[in-house]
Design a protein around this ligand. Structure first.
Ligand code: HEC
Ligand code: HEC
Length: 426
C-alpha cells in the first residue's frame, strides 16, 4: 500500500514535471510544423529519392538542398561554374539552380497587356508555363527526371516504375489508387538503368503510366507548396507578426531596399508573406560566368533567357528580341541560407559568389570601368571593374547601375537580405 502510494506519488510528480516542461518549452519554441498531408509526404519522398535517376545517384534535392535555401550546396560547383553535374558524370546544363521553394507561388506564364510585361512560369526563362498541369512547378517537375544532363532517365515510364516499386512512408497508390496498375515487361528494371531505353508498354498501360507521371509531378508540386518548403518563417516574417524587432542595421538596410536601392521595385516586399519577386523578367547585365562548363563545348554560348523561350515558341522576331537576355526575378527568400562553409552563387549563371558582390554590382555597374577580360567576381572586385554584360541588349539602366550607395549602405542591404532566411526562432 505504502509502496503503491510512493510510486503513485512519484508518477504524479513526474506527470506534473512533464507538463511543466511541456508548457515551458511550448512557450519557448515555435509550434511544431503541421504534419504533411499524404500527397505532400509522397511528393517529399519522391523529391529526395536518388533512385529516380539513371545511375541512382541523384535526386531533386541534389541541386535543391533545403539546408542551402533549396539550391545546390556543393562548393565544387558553387565556387566556379555554378552549374550542377547530372546523373551521368560529365553531363552539365548551363544555368545555376534557382530555389525550388516558393516556386509554386509563380503565376501561370502570361503576357500582362496592361503592364506590357511577360509574367510568371518556372525556370529562369519561364518556359515551365503551368499550362499543362495548372501550376508552373508541376510542369517543371516533369523536366529533370528525363533531362539528359540532370536525372537522365530516358522514359517517363521508368520514373513511374521506380516510384511504384519504392518503399515510401506514403505509397503512390495510397494517394493515387490505380496509378500502378501496369503490367511491366520482364527486364524493365534493367532497361531503366540503360541510357536511351524505352519501355514497351501496351497502349492502355502507357496511358496509365502517363497519368501516373502527371500525378508524380502534382505530388512534387504539393510538397513544394507545403509549409515545409514555403515556410514563411524568416526573421522578416517574425517582425511583420510583431514577434521580433529589426536591428538598427537591418532597419537601415530595409529602408534602402525600399528606397534608394530600388530593390523592391522588382523584389516586392508588401503585406504578409511577401515573395520578394514580381515574377517579371529583366536583364541586369550580369557578366558571363567564365567558369560555366558550357563554354568548353560552345565558346560562343550566350544565354538568351526569356527571349530564347519566346523564339522557340514561334513568336515574331520583334517580340522575342525585346526579351533577349532577360531572366525571371527570383525570390530573395533564403538567399543567404547555407550550411557553414558553403559558398552560394547568385544570378542565372552563378557569376556572383557573395551577397556583397551582387549588391556592389547593382550599385556600381555603370560607374566602374570595364574589366579588360572575362574576370570572375573575385577578380573584378579586386581590380575594381566589371566585365561587359553577357547580353548587351535590353539591359535595365533605369532601375540599377548607379545607386550612389556608400559601403556602409551596401553592408546594411546585405544585413537586410540575411533576414530573409527561413527557420528564425524569435
Ligand atoms: C542537376 C541539377 C538539378 C536537378 C537534379 C534538379 N534540378 Fe531543378 N533546377 C536546376 C536548374 C539548373 C534549374 C534552372 C534551369 C533553367 O532555368 O533552365 C532548375 C529549376 C527548378 C525549378 C524552377 C524554380 C523557379 O522559380 O523557376 C524548380 C521548381 C525545380 N528546379 C525543381 C526541381 C525538382 C522538383 C527536381 C526533381 C524532379 C529538380 N528540380 C531536379 C537544377 C536541377
Ligand atoms: C529591375 C528589377 C530588379 C531590381 C530593381 C532589383 N533586382 Fe535583384 N534581381 C532581378 C533579376 C531579374 C534577377 C536575376 C537576374 C539574372 O540572373 O540574370 C535578380 C537577382 C537578384 C539576386 C540573386 C538571387 C539568386 O538567387 O540568384 C539578389 C540577391 C538580388 N537580385 C538582390 C537585389 C537587391 C539587393 C536589389 C536592390 C539593390 C535588387 N535586387 C534590385 C531583378 C531586380
Amino acid at each position: 500500500m505504502k509502496r503503491f502510494q510512493l510510486i503513485g506519488g512519484l508518477a504524479l510528480f513526474g506527470a506534473v514535471l512533464l507538463l511543466l516542461v511541456g508548457v515551458v518549452s511550448a512557450a519557448k519554441s515555435p509550434p511544431p510544423p503541421e504534419p504533411l498531408a499524404p500527397v505532400e509526404a509522397l511528393g517529399k519522398a519522391i523529391f529526395f529519392d536518388e533512385n529516380l535517376s539513371l545511375n541512382r545517384n541523384q535526386s531533386c534535392a541534389t541541386c535543391h538542398a533545403p539546408e542551402a535555401g533549396w539550391v545546390g550546396a556543393k562548393n565544387i560547383f558553387n565556387e566556379a561554374g555554378s552549374v550542377y553535374e547530372g546523373s551521368i558524370a560529365g553531363a552539365f546544363g548551363d544555368r545555376k539552380p534557382p530555389s525550388a521553394a516558393y516556386a509554386t507561388t509563380s503565376p501561370i506564364f502570361h503576357y500582362d497587356e496592361k503592364a506590357g510585361l511577360w509574367v510568371g512560369g518556372n525556370f529562369w526563362d519561364g518556359r515551365a508555363t503551368g499550362n499543362r498541369l495548372g501550376n508552373p512547378a508541376a510542369d517543371q517537375a516533369q523536366g529533370p527526371f528525363l533531362n539528359p544532363v540532370e536525372q537522365a532517365l530516358s522514359d517517363s515510364a521508368c520514373v513511374v516504375y521506380r516510384v511504384c516499386m519504392a518503399d515510401y512512408p506514403v505509397d503512390m497508390t495510397e494517394v493515387y489508387p490505380g496509378a500502378c496498375n501496369i503490367t511491366w515487361p520482364a527486364g524493365t528494371d534493367t532497361a531503366c538503368g540503360v541510357e536511351g531505353s524505352v519501355i514497351g508498354l501496351s497502349p492502355g498501360d502507357r496511358a496509365t503510366s502517363n497519368m501516373a507521371y502527371d500525378s508524380i509531378a502534382l505530388a512534387i508540386a504539393a510538397y513544394e507548396d507545403s509549409r515545409e518548403a514555403n515556410a514563411y518563417s524568416s526573421k522578416f516574417d517574425a517582425v511583420y507578426d510583431k514577434q521580433a524587432k529589426m536591428t538598427k542595421l537591418e532597419k537601415k538596410g530595409y529602408n534602402i531596399f525600399r528606397g534608394k536601392g530600388k530593390c523592391s521595385l522588382c523584389h516586392l516586399d508588401k503585406g504578409a508573406d511577401p515573395l520578394f519577386t514580381d515574377y517579371t523578367f529583366d536583364n541586369l547585365g550580369i557578366p558571363k560566368n567564365p567558369e560555366n562548363p558550357v563554354y568548353q563545348g560552345n565558346p560562343d554560348f550566350v544565354d538568351p533567357g526569356l527571349g530564347g523561350f519566346l523564339m522557340n515558341s514561334g513568336y515574331d522576331e520583334e517580340i522575342y528580341e525585346a526579351e533577349w537576355g532577360k531572366h525571371k526575378v527570383p525570390t530573395l527568400r533564403n538567399v543567404a541560407l547555407a550550411p557553414d562553409g558553403v559558398v552560394k552563387a547568385y544570378g542565372h549563371n552563378g557569376y556572383f559568389k557573395s551577397l556583397y558582390g551582387i549588391v556592389h554590382f547593382y550599385n556600381t555597374r555603370d560607374i566602374l570601368p570595364e574589366c579588360p577580360g572575362d574576370y570572375t567576381e573575385a577578380e573584378a572586385l579586386a581590380a575594381n571593374c566589371w566585365p561587359a554584360p553577357e547580353v548587351m541588349e535590353n539591359m535595365n539602366t533605369a532601375e540599377l547601375g548607379n545607386l550612389r550607395l556608400t559601403y556602409a549602405e551596401e553592408m546594411a542591404l546585405v544585413a537586410f537580405l540575411e533576414m530573409l532566411d527561413d527557420g528564425y526562432l524569435p
